[in-house]
Design a protein around this ligand. Structure first.
Ligand SMILES: [Zn+2]
Ligand SMILES: [Zn+2]
Length: 532
């Protein structure tokens, strides 16, 4: 049993535990274990057999016991028991059509319904209404949900979660990820996988993660995960793989704009036969005619300019973060811990920043020519003042501004405050300008046009933050900056060594905003960062 399959089983087990009302920490432990197994290079089955799996961080005795059962028997008895108990297919369908899962499970038990087809049937024939409390509106909702707009009213997955899920499903189906995930949308409503494996396609319904099938055609199936996320699976022949991948990647509008698609084994060949230049998936959001630019890539990035350490709320030391940045092939790394105004986490005042300077100097002696930059994520206070004195800001290599409180202020006040703060001569970058938290907090009222205007005047760059629930600036806003000629900074806002890996998310966001390497400040060598 391979790591991907083990991870997928743990993932389903976590989802079922969640449904069964297990505690938050238990569910999280299994989700994390799934992630860990997926990322481990060595075959986890071998580690289990050798009794060494506990050496992986986060694997305790309970998880070890289940891993052993899984590796030795190929099954997890508790998972099968939970499947009988919590009816994952009905829960998935409920979430998919937007009903309470308890309700649909009760209805399903009363009428003996277990699949999407049976549910659709019961709705069409009026049997659903035999159940007390089910009226025409619920019936309509179920029918609509099963047949029409699949994204209406549902909550999307953040891209990192969607990527992990899609990757597992692609491995299971021996296929390739397409759809919104491949286009790196910040919120994903539907997953898509293209496979050439008839065997995998035919046994899709046995998958522990695709618990219900809602649409079925000879070479295309839409199934649903326990979370109610629809997954479109396309079966194609190798000679038409490029065509199928292009179609499944979308967007529908973009694909339609290409006209009739020729059959070809790769996407590159499809574009070639269409007589068009290749268009990267990130740009296929809506139809366009101009020649696509060469977009910025992770390999162009020379350093990360927004990271935290144990001095504030990070999990790693300056030295550990530097070592990890060197391993990524970077030339520099800016440490930008918080300032005191943040309050909910420790912030550094002038004294603390100067003590941190000594530690950074010591690390720099050991890692040269790599360079750790003294930076700050300086809060803009409620009154508009910067949260550090000017002489301290002048000492620093990299000053970026952030607004953490007061996100609900009106447009005029908020914009004035941020624009004034940007005019401080030490300031180099504005972080997560719109303050949104995906699925949690809407963007603030900051007027981006005004900010771009001041950025052009002052030379201040604007960040696209790589935290998966921020991605702020977002794609369209990046594009406004790029078109105006304001430099973008692709930063991870990493709070751990692992967090540095979110560079691919911020770069993808910049790519969706049509940014080339020349548009992104941290593709430039260190001396250009230090001396603008
Ligand atoms: Zn911040
Ligand atoms: Zn930060």
């Amino acid at each position: 049993m391979g790591n991907a399959e083990i991870a997928l089983t743990l993932e389903s087990y976590a989802a079922l535990l969640d449904l069964a009302g297990a505690g938050y920490y238990t569910v999280r432990a299994y989700r994390r274990a799934a992630e860990l197994v997926r990322e481990t290079r060595a075959p986890v089955a071998d580690l289990v057999r050798a009794g060494r799996v506990r050496e992986l961080r986060g694997i305790g005795p309970g998880i070890e016991r289940r891993l052993r059962e899984l590796v030795e028997t190929g099954r997890l008895a508790e998972l099968e028991e939970l499947e009988r108990e919590v009816e994952p297919a009905l829960v998935a369908l409920a979430r998919f059509v937007g009903l309470s899962s308890q309700r649909l499970v009760a209805v399903g038990r009363e009428l003996g319904i277990r699949t999407a087809d049976e549910l659709r049937d019961a709705a069409v024939t009026g049997r659903l209404r035999e159940v007390k409390g089910i009226g025409p509106s619920t019936e309509r909702k179920i029918l609509d949900g099963l047949t029409r707009d699949r994204r209406a009213g549902r909550r999307g997955l953040t891209i990192n979660r969607a990527r992990a899920l899609a990757a597992s499903i692609a491995v299971e189906l021996d296929g390739e990820v397409a759809g919104e995930v491949r286009r790196w949308r910040d919120l994903v409503y539907e997953l898509a996988v293209v496979t050439t494996s008839r065997v995998a396609f035919d046994r899709l319904e046995a998958s522990p993660i695709l618990v219900a099938v809602v649409e079925r055609e000879p070479a295309r199936v839409v199934a649903v995960t326990v979370e109610g996320i629809p997954v479109e699976v396309t079966l194609t022949e190798l000679r038409a793989f490029g065509t199928a991948l292009l179609r499944a990647t979308g967007s529908a509008d973009y694909v339609a704009s290409l006209g009739e698609l020729p059959e070809a084994p790769t996407e590159e060949e499809v574009f070639e036969r269409l007589g068009r230049p290749y268009v990267p998936p990130e740009l296929r959001e809506s139809p366009f005619d101009r020649e696509p630019p060469t977009l910025v890539a992770v390999a162009d990035i020379r350093g990360d300019l927004h990271t935290h350490t144990t001095w504030s709320d990070g999990k790693a030391s300056v030295a550990e973060m530097a070592a990890a940045a060197i391993e990524r092939g970077y030339e520099y790394l800016a440490i930008c811990d918080h300032t005191p105004n943040v309050r909910v986490v420790p912030g550094l005042d002038a004294d603390a920043l100067r003590r941190q300077a000594q530690e950074i100097a010591e690390v720099n002696e050991r890692v040269a020519p790599f360079r750790v930059l003294r930076g700050t994520e300086c809060d803009i206070r409620r009154d508009g003042e910067l949260d550090l004195p000017g002489d301290v800001l002048d000492e620093l290599d990299w000053v970026q501004l952030s607004l953490h409180a007061g996100q609900r202020e009106d447009e005029v006040r908020l914009t004035r405050k941020v624009c004034e703060a940007m005019r401080h001569p030490a300031v180099r970058c504005l972080s997560h300008p719109k303050g949104r938290i995906i699925n949690h907090r809407p963007p603030n009222a900051l007027n981006l046009e005004a900010v771009i205007h001041v950025a052009l005047e002052t030379g201040v760059a604007i960040e696209t933050n790589g935290l998966p629930d921020r991605l702020d600036l977002r794609d369209e806003e990046v594009r406004l900056c790029v078109e105006a000629g304001v430099p973008i900074v692709c930063s991870t806002d990493a709070h751990s060594v692992r967090g540095l890996g979110n560079m691919q998310l911020t770069v993808a966001t910049a790519r969706r905003g049509w940014a080339t390497a020349a548009d992104v400040l941290n593709t430039r060598p260190l001396d250009e960062i230090l001396r603008p």
